[in-house]
Design a protein around this ligand. Structure first.
Ligand code: M6R
Length: 611
């Protein structure tokens, strides 16, 4: 959701800006723009729609634009104002000397705008961001110092922001700052970078400095100065970035989503590595600081998350309750934050997030933290804002996920929950989970088998790609799998898909069934197999088109189901980690067959940094 890139050095800034924005494209956006300094004048170039539209404009003016060795760029996901050229960033002030790019939302922009208009500022867009450009220009007029102007401006701004600012009179300076939105500085040799996320930097430098809230950084080609909001100089903490550029390549796959689905066997191996070494050894989770005493005193666990992470959390609830006998509530973060929650120091609150930047989940964990709860964060980004709130951290190690639709990060979250549940059970002295540990160790081979036999899934995708609606049913531990299968399908194919507990079908949804409705039953062997079979019979009796996803080789299923996707046999308790793979593939092939933009579905963003 929105992306920022800034460069100051001796190279053609435009190349680095466009390259950086391309690597952030996966986050979801609907317009883009850059600001450069050409012959001592700040010039803006903007386009609505895909980044390619901006690239086409740049191409026509490349000789001029490429003169600049400084620039800031942005991809925008519209919040205030439609995705038009006027509303695209960068934004400028009356005199056109200042250019600003911004991620986040300025909550008091109406008040600021009114004040600025009274002072003679003319607004050209409907955005909240334009207020920052006018505000910084006003402060620069008073101080003639860009860092000071930005610092003073941030004292008046309320809300969340990551900002980069340039000024015409300072052709070798970028000033950047943040509050509740990520920003990272990349350090080069005679050049420096700034971006809202690592993929924009990683091909240029691995030396980086993460900005913290209210810190202001001033970049020139040869220097970096860091201060706090009170103008106090700060020490710079330089880190080495963990991401490899290879992670950003499709490696021969048509889409990132397909590549990421295929990475899942290795993701499982990675997550288990060093944590589950042998079935007769205890799980090692060094980052989790919950000892027997703390666990004994826990009166409840609350898990907060959104979207796909919420589905992983639902599986987490099932296994923690099953193995450890502790009551677990799972709630969408966006609901949790607007009610009175019964949370105290004896509540463990787990935040789950691929990006670690989801605004609702950050607010939820902060709220719980203020009530004294131990905060455990499960995230794919140990460098994220959410990770910094953690008392205990489980980094899920899925590697960077580019496709907006989460796949391998879901797998990594699931496996992390299995490890956490086993770890907590073992801390409590429960040691009967050897079979599960064995199954976890051989899970990658089973996923590989599913990936090697995709023909039935592809056939099924072709057959059902014309459907307007889709129902997924399951019971017990695979109900979240049904929700996740439905979410994947609607996200990338725009087919209306819903997941139900199979037992609920006859309490309403059954009214929807007729010969045009596909119903996919997740029919894994175990406690609820026969129950789902009966629910599937009920659906078939209403003429629904039945699809089975099963680890059973029962021949009788051939009569009931029009299509059967068979997967290797697996224990019911671990089955969500295998059953989800064919559903990811089904969604992928349907979307691909329909010619949809698989990696960047409409209206969606990779990390949802606004509430
Ligand atoms: O980064 P997070 O895991 O916190 O993101 C939560 C959701 O926005 C995310 O899972 C979303 O539902 C994905 N597009 C799912 O594919």
């Amino acid at each position: 959701m929105c992306g920022i890139v800034g460069y100051v050095g001796n190279k053609k800034a435009v190349d680095i800006l466009l390259e950086g924005l391309t690597s952030l494209e996966y986050r979801g956006y609907d317009s883009s723009g850059i600001a450069v300094n050409i012959d001592g004048k700040v010039e803006l170039f903007k386009a609505a729609g895909k980044l390619q539209n901006l690239k086409n404009i740049v191409e026509k003016n490349y000789t001029e634009i490429s003169k600049s060795t400084i620039g800031i760029g942005h991809i925008r996901w519209a919040t205030h104002g439609a995705p038009t050229i006027e509303n695209a960033h960068p934004h400028s002030c009356n005199c056109g000397k200042v250019a600003v790019v911004h991620n986040g939302i300025i909550e008091n922009f109406k008040e600021l705008k009114e004040k600025l208009e009274k002072r003679g500022c003319t607004f050209r867009s409907q955005t909240d961001t334009e207020t920052i450009a006018h505000l910084v220009a006003t402060k620069f007029g008073e101080t003639h110092d860009l860092t000071e102007a930005v610092r003073l401006a941030t004292r008046e701004i309320e809300g969340a922001y990551a900002l980069c600012v340039i000024h015409q009179d300072l052709p070798h300076t970028i000033v950047a700052t943040r509050r509740n939105a990520p920003l990272v500085v990349g350090l080069g040799d005679g050049e420096n970078y700034v971006a809202s996320d690592v993929p924009a930097l990683i091909q240029y430098t691995k030396k980086a400095m993460y900005l913290e809230d209210n810190q202001i950084v001033t970049l020139t080609p040869d220097s970096i100065q860091l201060i706090d909001i009170d103008n106090k100089p700060l020490e710079q903490k330089i880190e080495t970035l963990p991401w490899e550029p290879v992670a950003l390549s499709k490696m021969g796959y048509k889409h990132f989503m397909l590549k990421e689905i295929h990475e899942q066997p290795d993701v499982v191996r990675n997550v288990l590595s060093g944590k589950l070494r042998a079935i007769d050894e205890n799980v090692i989770l060094k980052e989790v600081t919950l000892d027997r005493e703390t666990l004994k005193n826990l009166n409840r666990i609350q898990i907060v998350a959104c979207g796909t992470s919420l589905h992983a959390a639902m599986v987490g609830k099932y296994i923690i309750e099953d193995f450890c006998g502790i009551s677990v509530d799972v709630e969408p973060s966006s609901e949790y934050i607007y009610r009175k929650t019964i949370t105290d120091k004896n509540t463990l609150v787990i935040g789950v997030s691929q990006s670690g930047e989801t605004a609702d989940t950050i607010t939820a964990v902060r709220q719980a933290k203020s009530k004294g709860s131990h905060i455990l964060i499960v995230t794919n980004r140990p460098d994220s804002t959410m990770a910094r709130e953690a008392d205990s951290l489980i980094p899920v190690n899925a590697g960077i996920e580019v496709s907006v639709a989460a796949t391998k990060s879901y797998m990594a979250q699931l496996i992390s929950f299995y490890l956490l549940a086993i770890y907590m059970a073992e801390v409590k002295g429960i040691n009967n989970l050897k079979d599960l540990k064995h199954e976890l160790i051989i899970l990658p081979q089973k996923i590989e088998k599913v990936l090697a036999h995709k023909e039935e899934i592809q056939k099924c995708a072709r057959k059902f790609s014309g459907s307007k609606d889709f129902i997924f049913i399951a019971r017990g531990i695979n109900f979240p799998t049904a929700l996740e299968g439905a979410l994947k399908l609607k996200e990338i194919s725009y087919i209306n898909a819903t997941g139900y507990t199979a037992g609920e079908l006859k309490h309403g949804p059954i009214a929807m069934l007729d010969e045009s409705m596909p119903v996919l039953s997740i029919l894994m062997k175990g406690k609820v197999y026969d129950k789902i079979l009966s629910n599937s019979e009920e659906a078939k009796a209403r003429n629904a088109r039945m699809i089975a996803l099963t680890d059973s080789d029962d021949e009788k299923l051939n009569e009931l189901f029009e299509s059967i996707i068979r997967i290797p046999e697996i224990s019911e308790i671990l089955s969500p980690a295998l059953a989800v793979v064919p559903l990811q593939l089904l969604a992928y092939y349907i979307a691909e067959f329909l010619g949809k933009d698989v990696d960047q579905p409409r209206n969606l963003a990779k990390s949802v940094t606004v509430e």
